[in-house]
Design a protein around this ligand. Structure first.
Ligand code: SAH
Length: 350
């Protein structure tokens, strides 16, 4: 029996005993099987623009980073990649970008409509903080899901790593509520091991996921980018309090997320795969995750979407990513999901 009150969560986050952790992982994996089954749903990820108006202290795409050469995919390029996703048998495309207002509400609406009409795929958007009217119009146009991580539930830490005056934790949380009202499947998440993040903070993050009753929860280790504010001037909490940004921490978090939010769709994220290119993705799937996000960003742009360095799958074509992910799923005895792979959590609510 795994207890999930605040103190117990902190205990698990600090746990290092291999046998104890095996219990945690096995319990989470069993619950994953019971609640979302053996299917692993593949979401074709299209990182369509690396332009960003924000100054996030951890992210390599922040607007002050002048060495990045910036790109934008055209509407027809994006739709062509969605067609490719369909040809691979994926049920969903995820459109992700920096916060780039070059793409007006209407432009995104056209892209969403175009993808829906041509492919019928489920569409997830991850475009940052956009206006309520836009979020509504995109839902009307056929977008199904929206991802916006709140990054940390500690408002002071949030402010510190988001120096941009427009941003606040409160606003991100409000957007999550608005998305829910509109009808989206709603996803969020945090980074694990942000300099300054304490055990208490991370436990609060996990409890916040449960409170928000999220449909999708994506968490990955914080990975230092040397050309960012946080990369250059990290301010750590004391040795006893600082959460490490390790692979093992990421697995513990994934398992606890599954236990706290049993019906959510949970990806084994690229950041985990970046720490362990050999088996990070499978390991994540074995401790509670049920989603993988193969990268479909065209190779010419792929390395420019450098939110952190040495990202996994940097120089693989979409086809190679597809083949690789399928092999990984088969190797651990799981099945590739068919259909849109909607969140059972949303179904349970409606
Ligand atoms: N502009 C969109 C998408 C951001 S990129 C938005 O604001 O929502 C997606 C996620 O990558 C971020 O939410 C953040 O959690 C993660 N990320 C960014 N930089 C990172 C880093 N250095 N290490 C680990 N994860 C990072």
């Amino acid at each position: 029996m795994i207890k999930l009150d605040r103190e117990s969560i902190i205990g698990w986050l600090k746990e290092t005993d291999k046998e104890h952790l095996k219990d945690l992982y096995q319990t989470a994996n069993q619950l994953r099987l019971e609640r979302v089954g053996d299917e692993v749903h593949l979401r074709g990820l299209i990182e369509f623009s690396n332009n960003c108006v924000r100054q996030c202290a951890y992210c390599g795409l922040n607007k002050g980073h002048k060495e990045v050469s910036r790109y934008r995919m055209t509407e027809s390029e994006i739709i062509a990649v969605a067609r490719e996703a369909k040809s691979f048998g994926y049920g969903t495309v995820v459109l992700q970008s920096g916060e780039d207002w070059y793409y007006t509400g209407k432009a995104i609406e056209r892209i969403v409509r175009g993808i829906k009409e041509e492919t019928g795929l489920a569409i997830t958007l991850s475009l940052g903080e956009r206006k309520q009217e836009e979020l509504e119009a995109w839902y009307e146009a056929g977008a199904d899901r929206y991802l916006v991580r709140f990054e940390t539930s500690n408002a002071a830490l949030y402010d510190k790593i988001h120096p941009d005056p427009q941003g606040s934790l409160e606003n991100r949380l409000k957007i999550l509520k608005d998305l829910r009202k509109i009808g989206y499947e709603v996803g969020s998440g945090v980074m694990i091991g942000i300099p300054g993040q304490t055990w208490d903070d991370l436990a609060n993050d996990l409890l916040t996921f449960k409170e928000l009753d999220l449909d999708m929860i994506g968490c990955g280790p914080y990975i230092e980018h040397p050309d960012t504010e946080l990369g250059r001037y990290p301010e750590y909490a004391s040795d006893e309090e600082q959460v490490p940004n390790t692979e093992q921490m990421a697995y513990k978090v994934l398992a606890l997320v599954r236990l706290l939010c049993p019906d959510a769709n949970i990806p084994s994220t690229t950041a985990i795969a970046t720490l362990n290119k050999k088996s990070g993705r499978e390991n994540g799937l074995s401790v509670g995750a049920n989603i993988l996000m193969p990268n479909m960003t065209p190779i010419v742009y792929r390395s420019l979407y450098e939110i952190y360095p040495a990202k996994a799958c940097l120089d693989e074509t979409a086809q190679e990513c597809q083949t690789c992910m399928s092999a990984r799923i088969a190797a651990i005895g799981r099945k590739i999901g068919t259909g849109p792979g909607n969140s059972p959590n949303k179904k349970a609510r409606s």
